[in-house]
Design a protein around this ligand. Structure first.
Ligand code: AMP
Ligand code: ZN
Length: 688
């Protein structure tokens, strides 16, 4: 680890060596900047500078304050933890202050930290090195093993009550695995996995909303939502790493503490490692500096903690951080490259997104050749031109972005970029609506939109149609075989085999996968339709609430918001979607294609079952079940079991050695299911 402080701060005079007036001015300036940056970061979840720059400023102010204590403000940001609680949530006072951590940037800082431990009388103290999650810090309370409340860190003394929102976090237990702990307050970090962060930003980009700068801001923005359904839709996770207060158990070390939390069923990070001394700690930091890129979540450093809890008292804390721990921050990874071109693509909602095509360059574990430029404003603000030398980094360790242009490297040949006036896909006029950052193609049937819609429709968490990836979708569109997603269900084998590079086998497989998707639970279809704000979770909630899609389409705003987890935003967007005649036509076409449109809700009359009103015909020998038993199960689910295939047949249940019924069913385009798929349908699919 080289020393990063010097290179970054060379322009600044040393605090001890200047005129008092200069010191005072510099300190006032720093304080003002830090204040402004923290409001943006903590209260608006929209940072103005990188975390690294922020840390350096804070560090610089600390140094000045040490040299010129007479100029230090009583409410200096160096004495505060994080941000203030914001008025939209009820304030909640913490049982004990939730402190921040002192930063280390290099070997020297870590050695200094270790010497302080030794000076406090500890001999060869062991350190536990834990990943430093880049998320939102929370305190969560369990009483007698039951989830009670949750608060953000706020200013460390008082946070915001986010009990309802935190309850929606994936993997957060409502009940601990042990009930002999009368009170437990644990501290953890809520975060958004990298993949979901990428998806969330892509969605926001499409919707013309401002993007989250990094997963931390995405997590904070998602927790601090007035509508818990929005929080739920964001896919937050959490890791716990500390006990604020506990009755009933007393771990002796940080390692035991994590083991206890794990035993209680609280998610903990398993990358923690015990290090004996500075050399071991540094080796592990180096290992993690490399490994971090392969983790599914973003970490911005590693925390080194004195493992022995009893010894921590000897070191104590400042008002801002404990003296027994330190946070090593990874160096920012940036690379220089050239913008070879700026290319515009059109997304699922018609939004035009400019992308920089870069000279390929290695960065943070992969080769980067593209960086999203988001929208025209972003390009203007950063003044990015074709041919520019630029500095790039990965936002949240995943999304390559242009940090800034290296203006000094311009030679005059660079070209300004302008958003096209016509859609690059269909030539229709492009507009930018008031209040939106995105330019959009005005053509509702723009082929580019259709492409994105079908790719989304077929994706794994949506209809999960194996073999229908982007390249195949392109082929289908180029050959004009599909004009909406319903057309997928009418594809013929000959049409597919006529396409270049399409063999009989792959055609059969694709058709079988499409066929199989007809019986998907309604929750998947609702997500697959691409209704704005209706994610996987909302799809499940809606499918569980309504008896079928017709009931959903008939629901008004009031009925929708009355559903647990559905807020005004999601409700409004559902209403908008079904208000459009084209979308209603699509649903009818999907119904004709035999898709499952039934929800999992039970109506008031005895349970009509998953196959209420459906006619099923059985053909052949079913594996593992007698025909009569199968018939009874189908009837119990509300189906009518008939002996011959007709237009009124909804499903052909196919066993081994089927007769002519199969041919007939195929002729009529009736959904053909095997017993396992039928079972999945009967049981509303196990994926909810
Ligand atoms: P900072 O926000 O840069 O002052 O860093 C301190 C913050 O790191 C704490 O307030 C925690 O929210 C967070 N953090 C993330 N992971 C850990 C961890 N394993 N141990 C302690 N703090 C952590
Ligand atoms: Zn278009």
């Amino acid at each position: 680890m080289e020393d990063r402080k010097n290179t970054q701060q060379q322009a600044v005079a040393l605090p001890g060596e200047v005129e008092p007036e200069l010191a005072r001015r510099r300190m006032a300036q720093l304080q003002q900047d830090i204040e402004r940056f923290s409001v943006a970061y903590y209260e608006q979840d929209a940072p103005l500078v990188s975390d690294h720059e922020f840390d350096l400023l804070l560090r610089e102010l600390t140094a000045w304050e040490a040299a010129w204590p007479q100029f230090a403000a009583a409410d200096s940001p160096t004495r505060r933890v994080g941000g203030r609680a914001v008025a939209k949530f009820a304030p909640r006072r913490h049982a004990a202050p939730l402190l921040s951590l002192e930063n280390a940037f290099d070997t020297a800082d870590i050695s200094a930290f270790y010497s302080r431990l030794e000076k406090a009388g500890l001999s060869a103290p062991a350190l536990l090195a834990e990943p430093k999650m880049d998320g939102l810090s929370l305190a969560v309370t369990y009483e007698n093993g039951v989830y009670r409340s949750a608060a953000t860190r706020g200013d460390g003394i008082t946070g915001e009550d986010v009990t309802a929102n935190v309850a929606t976090i994936h993997g957060l237990p409502r009940q601990l695995r042990r009930s002999d702990i009368p009170l437990l307050i644990v501290r953890g970090e809520a975060y958004i996995p990298k993949q979901l962060f990428v998806a969330l930003n892509a969605e926001r980009e499409e919707a013309g909303e401002t993007l989250f700068a990094n997963p931390r801001n995405a997590a904070a923005g998602s927790i601090r939502q007035l509508d818990p359904a929005v929080t739920a839709s964001r896919g937050l996770h959490v890791f716990f790493y500390d006990i604020v207060s506990c009755e009933g158990a007393q771990p002796a070390s940080q390692q035991e503490l994590l083991a206890l939390l794990d035993e209680l069923g609280l998610p903990v990070n398993h990358e923690a490692r015990l290090c004996h001394g500075v050399t071991e700690a540094e080796a592990y930091l180096a290992e993690m500096t490399e490994k971090r890129h392969r983790l599914p979540y973003d970490i911005d450093g590693m925390v080194l903690k004195l493992n022995d809890i009893a010894s921590r008292a000897r070191l104590g804390s400042t008002s801002k951080y404990p003296r027994w721990a330190i946070a090593y921050k990874f160096p920012p990874e940036q690379a220089e490259t050239v913008v070879e071109d700026i290319v515009v693509s059109v997304g699922r909602t018609g939004a035009l997104t400019p992308t920089a095509w870069l000279q390929p360059v290695a960065l943070a574990g992969s080769t980067i050749s593209r960086a999203t430029l988001h929208n025209e404003d972003n390009i203007r603000e950063k003044d990015i031109r074709i041919g520019d030398h630029v500095l790039i980094q990965k936002a949240g360790d995943v999304i390559p972005e242009v940090v800034r242009v290296l203006i000094e490297k311009r030679d005059g040949s660079e070209q300004l970029f302008a958003m096209p006036q016509q859609c690059p896909q269909c030539g229709s006029p492009v507009v930018r609506r008031d209040g939106e950052a995105a330019h959009r193609c005005t053509n509702a049937h723009c082929p580019a939109r259709l492409y994105e819609q079908i790719v989304h429709f077929a994706a794994k968490p949506a209809m999960d149609i194996d073999g229908l990836g982007p390249a195949v979708v392109r082929q289908l569109l180029d050959a004009s075989l599909v004009h909406d997603v319903a057309d997928l269900y009418h594809l013929q084998q000959e049409q597919l085999t006529a396409l270049p590079r399409f063999g009989v086998k792959s055609a059969e497989n694709l058709l079988a996968a499409i066929e199989k998707s007809r019986t998907n639970p309604l929750s998947r279809l609702l997500f697959a339709l691409g209704i704005r704000h209706v994610g996987e979770r909302a799809g499940k909630v809606l499918a569980a609430h309504f008896a079928d899609i017709d009931a959903l389409m008939a629901a008004d705003q009031e009925e929708l918001v009355a559903i647990d987890e559905i807020g005004a935003v999601i409700a409004g967007s559902i209403i908008d979607y079904f208000a459009q005649p084209a979308n209603r036509v699509l649903i009818e076409r999907l119904r004709e294609a035999g898709l499952n449109l039934r929800g999992e809700a039970r109506s008031d009359a005895a349970r009509p079952g998953a196959l209420h009103g459906r006619t099923v015909v059985i053909s052949g020998t079913l594996p593992g079940i007698e025909r009569d038993a199968a018939k009874a199960r189908l009837e119990a689910a509300g189906a009518k079991v008939s002996g011959s295939v007709s237009r009124r047949t909804d499903y052909l249940l196919l066993g081994e050695n089927p007769g002519s019924k199969l041919e007939k069913a195929q002729e009529l385009g009736i959904a053909v299911l095997d017993w396992p798929s039928m079972l999945a349908l009967l049981e509303g699919d196990g994926d909810a």
